[in-house]
Design a protein around this ligand. Structure first.
Ligand code: AMP
Ligand code: MN
Ligand code: MN
Ligand code: MN
Length: 283
């Protein structure tokens, strides 16, 4: 658990409104149990969890500050790059318009992923995966869960390795908006734009630096310096990058579901050399 002053921040998490496994209420209760004081819910291309989350906190009078967030998928040179928006006005038309387009793109992509799997691997992949997503933002994680449930692969990780990740047979190249469009919508909605998990993209150090240059040029405000299960090496490198390129620092678990290796609020200590993204928030 990280503490800054006396607060524990976790600014990246998911509910079942995208590929998380918990309801907003269960996510909030778990965050409180784990000592989180400030939580951002950042579902993939969706803000649909947020009303329910605020209602739950208000009616139960819970000791948790909820930050309205979103994780927008973008296409950068053919890579899926994630941009988190924090403290957004979830009702702003620039945001709702962009997310409506993104969800359409998700649906079109899901149809294509389904067709690829149905041709080569297993029948009914699209329909069955759609059921798992339950009408919410459909992701590759849902396809991975379907492949596990159908007995095609033994776990989610091998579903990605064998079929879903870039270069594999069911991978569909990103059709997402570009980075400038994501940053612009976040800013229009009054939020700050954060490059998500910079150390988790499958790109070289040289390309990562180019990504940081491009994100900065697009008006990006911050990068996630600290993630769950990130090596101290990586954190140190990202600390240097944040300072060098003039980014604020954010921290987040990217929590999706209870597991032994990723937990809300766990290990999220932002190095003091980086200016925290929450410094100018009045909480
Ligand atoms: P999508 O946004 O539809 O491309 O789905 C990406 C999501 O799949 C990520 O947010 C992760 O939650 C999950 N994911 C990506 N790669 C892996 C992996 N290797 N193992 C498990 N989950 C993954
Ligand atoms: Mn995810
Ligand atoms: Mn992500
Ligand atoms: Mn995420």
């Amino acid at each position: 658990m990280m503490s800054m002053g006396d607060k524990c921040y976790d600014l990246h998490s998911h509910t079942y409104y995208s590929d998380g496994m918990l309801s907003p209420a269960d996510l909030i209760l778990r965050a409180i149990e784990k000592g989180v004081n400030v939580l951002a819910i950042t579902d993939h291309d969706s803000t649909n969890a947020l009303n329910e989350a605020h209602d739950f906190i208000n009616t139960q009078q819970l000791p948790l500050k909820l930050i309205d967030g979103v994780e927008i998928s973008t296409n950068w040179k053919g890579f899926d790059i994630h941009v988190v928006g924090l403290n957004i006005d979830r009702h702003h038309v620039a945001m709702t318009d962009l997310l409506a387009e993104q969800i359409e793109r998700r649906n079109a992509r899901a149809l294509e992923i389904g067709q690829r799997l149905e041709k080569k691997v297993i029948a009914n992949a699209y329909a069955e995966t759609q059921k798992l997503a339950n009408g919410h933002a459909i992701t590759r994680a849902h396809f991975a869960r379907f492949l596990v449930a159908a007995g095609v692969v033994k776990n989610v990780d091998s579903a990605f390795k064998k079929y879903l990740k870039k270069g594999k047979s069911a991978y569909v190249p990103p059709m997402w908006c570009d980075i400038p469009a994501a940053v612009a919508a976040i800013h229009a909605a009054g939020g700050v734009a954060v490059l998500a998990h910079p150390a988790r993209y499958d790109i070289s150090g040289k390309w990562l630096r180019q990504l940081l240059v491009d994100f900065k040029a697009a008006g990006g405000d911050a990068i996630e310096v600290v993630q769950s299960q990130q090596s101290p090496d990586k954190t140190q490198q990202l600390t240097k990058h944040a300072i060098e390129y003039g980014f604020l620092g954010s921290v987040g678990s990217d929590f999706h579901e209870p597991s032994s290796w990723r937990e809300l609020g766990k290990g999220l200590h932002l190095p003091s050399a980086v200016t925290p993204i929450w410094q100018q928030w009045s909480l």
